[in-house]
Design a protein around this ligand. Structure first.
Ligand SMILES: Nc1ncnc2c1ncn2[C@@H]1O[C@H](COP(=O)(O)OP(=O)(O)OP(=O)(O)O)[C@@H](O)[C@H]1O
Ligand SMILES: [Mg+2]
Length: 274
């Protein structure tokens, strides 16, 4: 069965795109067929796909939203994922998708548009994992990721406000999940919400306090330190696994891959195994 993973946080800049893209690359590297779906109209993840204009049109989720907004009863347009690297495929989003909330406000079940699209295009069963990146909000495009997700990973940075952002994300997610229901009253958003510590510094008081407070916290699945190689990979439009830099190989093998493996195990078993 295909597993769907969404990266979501209402806070910006915490590492959703970086972790979504690199987790997708990790899953692909470990012999899985993976589809990345960019559902953030900032299109940061799609920029890693290096698409030409024709590919951009073929892979664009944005045109699907626009077509439904214009005529909800029309057949959904076709999309064709592009191969980014071995086993890793992508669907992009056009930047003009930022107004879909107002365009689709009154349409029932607009939050299941992407699910319908994947089904209509026979894309659901073609992949072992589908990884969605989202905008820092819980609006319609994000809801389309959340209604499909078996697991929602929410990155959190150490902060002097402790775990406040964890509690507020949990509350927001629960409220949304209680609100968005299918016709029979069951929840359309019922994936497991889990947290990822990200950009943890090595030698600051806040980071130490943060690490202490999450050590035995079952809500946290993995931890990533602040590492320049993530920025380097983003700049090169590559995953950290494709950097081909012998200087960082040890960090990738000993530090980063094991954390992605914990996330993969969590997706498969639903249990934290730190
Ligand atoms: N573990 C890390 N170490 C160092 N830099 C990181 C790490 N994770 C993310 N970054 C950097 O932090 C910046 C923000 O990351 P990213 O774009 O993934 O956040 P985001 O949550 O997707 O942001 P937005 O809310 O704007 O979509 C990027 O420059 C990225 O390279
Ligand atoms: Mg992002």
């Amino acid at each position: 069965m295909t597993k769907v993973i969404a990266f979501s946080a209402t806070k910006g800049g915490v590492g959703k795109t970086t972790l979504a893209f690199n987790f997708g690359a990790y899953l692909a590297k470990t012999s899985n067929k993976v589809l990345l779906i960019d559902l953030d109209h900032q299109a940061s993840m799609s920029s890693n796909f290096s698409l030409n204009d024709e590919e951009l049109e073929k892979t664009d989720i944005g045109k699907v939203f626009k077509s439904v907004a214009k005529d909800p009863s029309s057949k959904l347009p076709t999309v064709e994922p592009v191969e980014v690297t071995d086993n890793l495929f992508g669907l992009s989003i056009s930047q003009s998708t930022d107004n879909i909330d107002s365009l689709m406000r009154d349409l029932p079940y607009a939050c299941t548009t992407v699910y319908r699209l994947l089904k209509d295009n026979q894309l659901l069963d073609r992949f072992d994992y589908i990884v969605c990146d989202t905008h820092p909000d819980l609006l319609l495009a994000t809801q389309n990721a959340l209604t499909m997700a078996n697991v929602v990973f929410s990155p959190v940075e150490p902060s002097r406000y402790g775990l406040d952002s964890v509690i507020s994300m949990q509350n927001d997610y629960e409220k949304l999940s209680n609100r968005i229901l299918s016709p029979d009253g069951s929840r359309l958003i019922d994936g497991k919400l889990a947290f990822i510590a990200n950009k943890v510094k090595f030698n600051t008081t806040i980071s130490h306090l943060f690490m202490d407070s999450i050590k035995d916290d079952e809500r946290f699945v993995s931890l990533f330190h602040e590492r320049e190689l993530f920025n380097q990979a983003t700049l090169d439009k590559k995953s950290v696994f494709d950097l081909n830099n012998p200087k960082v190989e040890k960090i990738i093998t000993n530090e980063i891959s094991p954390q992605f493996e914990l996330m993969k195990k969590y997706v498969i078993s639903g249990r934290v195994d730190k």
